[in-house]
Design a protein around this ligand. Structure first.
Ligand SMILES: NC(=O)c1ccc[n+]([C@@H]2O[C@H](COP(=O)([O-])OP(=O)(O)OC[C@H]3O[C@@H](n4cnc5c(N)ncnc54)[C@H](O)[C@@H]3O)[C@@H](O)[C@H]2O)c1
Length: 362
């Protein structure tokens, strides 16, 4: 980590900083900044005990409060004048967001606008705001026809999915790169993450605040919630395999994802906070390679000696068929690159799950 002497005197404010990603960056932030303040409401879907998580580094100040309330910001910003804000707090359930759109919109969209209004109202404009956006903003992304032309297939419908027509005919998916692929979300969650990006960019440009918007692919690894049923397919698969269950694979098991270990995401988010350069457009953060869900499940089953996974042909509304990132821009701008492959990452996740108290097979 290259930290300038000035940065060590700075304050960083992290919303949602008691969650999976927030805890993973907390020790590095304490090295890079003089003061680290987290605002998090310890949401019960993620924080079963409602207590400060052990994984949040000692030395981080935790304010338990809701980012959607204006009063939170008046209280916090009376005392804290952040140089950098890392905005992580969000409701993150992709499928859940279709049934609970108000809840997701409130936390993600209104939560962002309340933060920005609060910074302005309290004369606490930071130098930079880092936003962890999501690959969900792309929806199905751009596909390439057999003849070579790019097109946007839009949302898959129940009609085609009910007939097990998983892919778009005569076309191949392409990697997600913000500079090339337009966003076209197919879940309420994805729509709220895109709204966050747009609101932040419009606001930050007006007030001369730098932005680093990171579109994360599927993050997994030690520290991931073992109780949230709406996120975290890798930890769910581990808990199924732990109970000697055959992991059920949706669609045909060939769904592609870009799984990135939490350590690699943590280094990208910290780089977004301290890098000399930022970039006006979002940066894609992933391993840069895709794996099928079937391959990930087989690797996990082998780790636990569980029976082979099986294809169910079920599907989930709001899920996209394929997703992986082109990480060339993130590497160039942030001077960052991922270090772990899928096998190493799954080994780290499973080793961590093995030593968690009260972990229940799924
Ligand atoms: N984990 C992933 O795979 C992934 C992928 C893409 C993008 N992201 C984005 O990264 C960010 C962090 O994700 P995570 O995996 O750490 O999620 P997480 O659920 O573990 O952490 C989110 C934190 O936000 C807090 N929070 C939620 N609503 C709040 C509110 N109204 N007020 C205050 N705090 C609130 C929760 O208590 C939690 O500690 C999110 O913005 C998410 O959209 C995550």
């Amino acid at each position: 980590m290259n930290i300038s002497p000035e940065q060590r005197t700075e304050t960083v404010l992290v919303t949602g900083g008691a969650g999976f990603i927030g805890c993973a960056i907390s020790a590095s932030l304490l090295q890079a900044f003089n003061r680290v303040v987290v605002v998090d409401n310890l949401h019960p879907q993620i924080h079963e005990s409602g207590e400060r998580p052990n994984e949040l580094a000692d030395g981080v100040e935790l304010v338990v409060a809701d980012i959607t309330e204006a009063a939170t910001w008046d209280k916090v910003l009376a005392d804290v004048k952040p140089d950098v804000v890392i905005h992580l707090a969000a409701e993150t359930g992709t499928a859940q967001s279709l049934a609970e759109s108000t809840r997701h919109t409130l936390a993600n969209v209104v939560g962002t606008s309340q933060l920005l209004d609060g910074l302005l109202r309290n004369k606490a404009l930071p130098r930079r705001i880092v936003l962890t956006s999501s690959r969900a903003v792309y929806g199905e992304g751009a596909w390439r026809k057999a003849g070579g032309a790019l097109f946007y297939p839009g949302q898959r419908t129940s009609e085609t999915l009910d007939k097990s027509e998983w892919d778009f005919p005569d076309a191949e998916p392409t990697a997600m790169r913000a500079a090339e692929v337009f966003p076209a979300p197919v879940s309420v969650y994805g729509a709220t993450k895109l709204a966050q990006e747009n609101i932040l960019q419009a606001w930050a440009k007006s007030y001369g605040v730098e932005t680093a918007i990171l579109r994360l692919q599927n993050v997994y690894g030690p520290g991931q919630s073992l109780i949230n049923p709406y996120t975290g397919i890798m930890s769910l698969f581990c808990r199924m395999a732990m109970g000697s269950r055959s992991i059920p694979l949706y669609e045909d098991g060939e769904v592609r994802r870009d799984f990135i270990l939490i350590d690699d995401v943590a280094s990208a988010v910290v780089a977004g906070a301290i890098s000399a350069q930022t970039h006006p457009t979002p940066l894609d953060i992933g391993s840069g390679e895709f794996q099928t869900i079937g391959t990930a499940a087989e690797t996990i089953a082998a780790r636990y000696g569980a029976p082979a996974p099986h294809v169910t042909g079920q599907y989930r509304q709001g899920d996209v068929r394929h997703a992986w990132a082109d990480i060339s821009d993130a590497k160039a701008v942030l001077g960052w690159e991922p270090r772990y492959n899928l096998q190493q990452g799954i080994a780290r996740l499973a080793d961590w799950i093995d030593v968690q108290p009260d972990v229940k097979p799924a």
